[in-house]
Ligand binder design. Sequence first.
Ligand code: ADP
Ligand code: ZN
Length: 434
Amino acid sequence: MKNYYQPEIETMSREDMIKLQNEKLVKQVKHVYDHVPYYRERMDAKGVKPEDIKGIDDLHKLPFLCKDDLRDAYPYGLLAVPLSDCVRIQSTSGTTGKRVVAFYTQHDIDLWEECCARAIVAAGGTKDDVCQVCYGYGLFTGGPGLNGGSHKVGCLTLPMSSGNTDRQIQFMMDLGATILCCTPSYAAYIGESLRDAGYKPEDNKLRAGIFGAEPWTEEMRKDIERLLGIKAYDIYGLTETSGPGVSFECEEQTGMHICEDHFYPEIIDPDTGEVLPDGSEGELVFTSLDKEAFPLLRYRTRDICVLSREKCSCGRTLVKMSKPRGRTDDMLIIRGVNVFPSQIETVLMERGYSSNYLIIVDRVNNTDTFDINVEMLPEQFSDTVRVITQRERELTDALRTMLGITAKVHLVAPKSIQRSEGKAVRVLDKRKLH
Ligand code: ADP
Ligand code: ZN
């Protein structure tokens, strides 16, 4: 028996879904045009009236919204309901600049938590589970989102927040947590700490992990699954659209189903803004179809991925997005070559290294320098200098093949790179600091 949290939506026919999306969009466009001067001005400037939008086929007529618009409108400029109807704010992590503040009515919180509940059920969660949530609580959406989803499913929820890893492990073991929710980098750290404390993967009761909020590779997934003895599911979201749960993985693990009854996705060419057909790689754009307080239309996420409508063995009909390869602004341009940190992670992990690495880019005498510190495995620590140099050379060669440019690889002592309890910081771009 397959399990869905909202089967009527998650397995809805294509025609019914489009009908639902069309109806919601028409209402939403009128709502923002009537209540948000910012949108009204942008739409007027483009010569578009709410009546011109009869369904998702007309979406392309609307202007895009980007992070700078949100920063300009901070804090209340995009609010679409009276402040007295809002019950919560959340804020972005500020990974790429000034924080953005998002507002929620109770209806908005409910739909967000339902999306998180869909994700937990897709990972096999039921009311019999003990769900340990160690995403950060507070302004960050990770903790509150999964906490709410876990309640809706009826799991026993452990609202741990991030950090204090010894206590995480103690509660996990004493209370028999069966589902773990956190960033993949924190999951790897918890796994490493469990191993160091002498636990084997089979000593914990965990079955599944729901990991997201940052990019992670397939190689890292395998590593975490092995360390914790679990199946690891990806979850994606962003504060601007609500938080985690905008899309989530099912047991097939071939992309994340988008909750497209709430968040309508498009893929565009990031340079021209042209809408690309399914199957093309490009920037993901979301239109919030029924959020009340902070409904973004055609919001450019800067995340790069591919959409697929291929039939999924789980029975869900919701469109799938591939794992985001990173954001357009995560991409480093080093000596004119485009480099994504995820490409580097793939090379390292394929060769058995951990996800503990740091990319350092600088500019010396008008030339970019490109260094990568990689932690040695514990058993390599006692190797001779000659062997270590040989390993560094092998990594440099493999990276050159992948990236097309040469990095200086430094194998450093195990545990010398700082671990992350939230989103990992893997790039130090000193060019921005000069
Ligand atoms: P910030 O933009 O400050 O990091 P958020 O905390 O709202 O703000 O993070 C949202 C971003 O996190 C997304 O736009 C995306 O880049 C990244 N992200 C979230 N989930 C995933 C995931 N599963 N895989 C890759 N990236 C993710
Ligand atoms: Zn599926």
